[in-house]
Unconditional design. Structure first.
Length: 139
């Protein structure tokens, strides 16, 4: 069995962002040489996420509005976490909702997606370096 590991690094200029990372993950699958297996992609930071959905701007705006309704950024005083001197209590909750990781099957050397599926990095407390782990195992 083969095993391959790669990191992607992000430093978004905004507090929140959704970035399609499918091309980078597809490149990692190619680099791995794995033809049949699994690809794990996970955010290595507690205020970011990785998820699968459609690459449609209106949907991303809907995510942003929905997440802000569920866990508004302000007032900062609404979150006990922020009493520690942080201002990102909302980002922890948004990450919990959107998820930490995805696993995608690899078939014939390619990500085995359903229609419209793409992999996204979700940033909820940006403006600093964060990483995503890609771990591929298989034959």
């Amino acid at each position: 069995m083969k095993s391959y590991r790669k990191e992607l690094w992000f430093n978004t200029p905004t507090r929140r962002a959704f970035i399609n990372i499918t091309p980078q993950v597809e490149q990692a699958v190619k680099e791995s040489g794995v033809k049949e297996g699994l690809c794990l992609v996970n955010a290595m930071h507690i205020t970011a996420s990785v998820f699968i959905n459609d690459d449609e701007p209106g949907l991303h705006q809907d995510f942003e509005r929905w997440l802000e309704e569920l866990a508004p950024e302000k007032p900062y005083s609404r979150y006990n976490h922020n009493l520690t001197g942080e201002d990102n209590g909302d980002a922890h909750l948004k990450r919990q909702i959107m998820g930490r990781e995805v696993v995608v099957a690899i078939t014939d050397g390619k990500l085995d997606f359903g229609p419209w599926e793409q992999i996204f990095y979700g940033e909820f407390d940006g403006k600093r370096p964060k990483r995503v782990l890609i771990k591929i195992i298989g034959e």
